[in-house]
Design a protein around this ligand. Structure first.
Ligand code: CTP
Length: 398
């Protein structure tokens, strides 16, 4: 694959040199293009040495008059990392003042953008709108990580890790890539129902959509999937071994009896925390006076898995209404997970019942990746991509 690597001006520009090396290692030919502000941070000669090609920088070099057209036509993919707020705006609005933005307009292939900037700039309405435009155009955005930024603030805006960018490149080149072959993923999905009497139960708003999207995405990527599902109104994905359960206690039983072959466990289900201590054998009749129910705690399946997980990868979920990051970090440690996927519930467009979701992926080791609102299938693929990263890095070592 012939890849144009656009580098724009930001502290993270130095990381693009290693990205160029990794792309070449993956068998690609790399044509580096540096904007003038990128040249303030890194020297073209670094990229020339790594890629074995002349680095393109200016629209006004004698040979550059039609070079952007040539380069656009002779390459298969355009990747910009880091992408500044400025280049996102230029691309979104079709401005063509520099070599890279002119090249962008002349380019017809897939585009991947890995933004990096200060948190306020990242969260600014203007940047949000530009990203929306670029996404609608079909471009892939590799979201920045949350962390300490060079400017001294904490928040979203740090350039995504190079392996996340490489993963986006691989999936753009081959969306049908079966990168989970050999893994057996046990996924729990949906709510549980805890009986009050034979006709009534306590449950929650989980629809199972996120867990089912994960199961489908994992199947598409070549994994064997065991889906332990609470009561939902969704068709089980074809190819998954699906076990239907109703109560938390049935879910625990199904998870433990199917744990052995699993190499990865994703606990997406919204399991009850409390259940009626003594469900009535017969329907409770109304008596015109208040009824009180005694609730007893339900054992935490994920925490139990955290104790017996062995070298399996363990991914938990955290549904939160507030202090999302703090609670997710706490759950990660408490339940001995490799990753916790946190989502905000109780807001439109995210969490239970919605077709879209917005999440924070919190990794053991402290890395946090934010994925803004996207369809649940897209969110599922991001979660699986992160699981593959955990597998490739130190994820299994403990
Ligand atoms: N979980 C579980 N068994 C339970 C309760 C929760 O396995 N009895 C798992 C969920 O599947 C999820 C994670 O624990 O992966 C977090 O669930 P969540 O409801 O967000 O949090 P809790 O741990 O129940 O804590 P709290 O309700 O206090 O937020």
């Amino acid at each position: 694959m012939r890849i144009i690597l656009g580098v724009t001006g930001g502290i993270a520009a130095y990381k693009a040199a290693d990205l160029a090396r990794l792309l070449i290692r993956d068998g690609h030919e790399v044509q580096a293009v540096l904007t003038p502000s990128a040249e303030e941070f890194v020297r073209p000669v670094t990229f020339a040495a790594l890629t074995g090609r002349k680095v393109l920088t200016s629209l006004f070099e004698p040979s550059a008059a039609i070079e952007h057209i040539d380069v656009a036509q002779s390459n298969d993919l355009l990747l910009v990392a880091p992408a500044t707020a400025d280049i996102l705006a230029e691309f979104a609005h079709g401005l063509a003042g520099g070599f890279l933005s002119t090249l962008y307009l002349a380019f017809r292939g897939p585009v991947i953008l890995a933004p990096a900037m200060n948190t306020n700039m990242w969260e600014h309405e203007a940047t949000r709108t530009n990203l929306e435009t670029l996404r609608k155009r079909g471009h892939v955005i590799v979201e920045p990580a949350v962390g300490m930024l060079a400017c001294g603030t904490f928040g979203a805006g740090r350039l995504a890790e190079n392996d996340a960018i490489l993963e986006a490149v691989r999936r753009t080149i081959d969306p049908a890539v079966r990168d989970l072959e050999g893994e057996t993923i046990l996924i729990t999905a949906g709510p549980t129902q805890e009986p009050i009497d034979p006709v009534r139960f306590i449950s929650n708003r989980s629809s199972g959509k996120m867990g089912y999207a994960l199961a489908q995405a994992a199947l598409d990527r070549g994994a064997k999937v065991i889906l332990v599902s609470g009561p939902v109104s969704l068709d089980p994905p074809r190819g998954a071994e699906t076990i239907h359960v109703r109560t938390a206690s049935e879910m625990r039983g199904a998870v433990l009896s199917h744990l052995k072959p699993a190499t990865v466990v994703v606990k997406c289900a919204a399991v009850a925390d409390f259940r009626p201590a003594a469900p009535a054998k017969q329907k409770i009749k109304k008596q015109g006076k208040p009824v009180s129910l005694e609730l007893e705690p339900v054992g935490d399946i994920l925490a139990e898995l955290g104790r017996i997980r062995g070298d399996r990868l363990l991914v938990g979920f955290a549904a939160e209404t507030n202090d999302v990051l703090e609670y997710a970090q706490w759950k990660l440690n408490e339940k001995n997970c490799d990753m916790v996927v946190a989502n905000r519930v109780g807001v439109e467009g995210s969490g239970f019942e919605s077709d879209t979701n917005e999440i924070l992926m919190v990794m053991r080791g402290g890395e946090v990746v934010e994925v803004p609102r996207a369809p649940k299938r897209e969110i599922a693929d991001r979660i699986l991509g992160q699981i593959i990263r955990l597998r490739q890095t130190a994820g299994v070592a403990r």
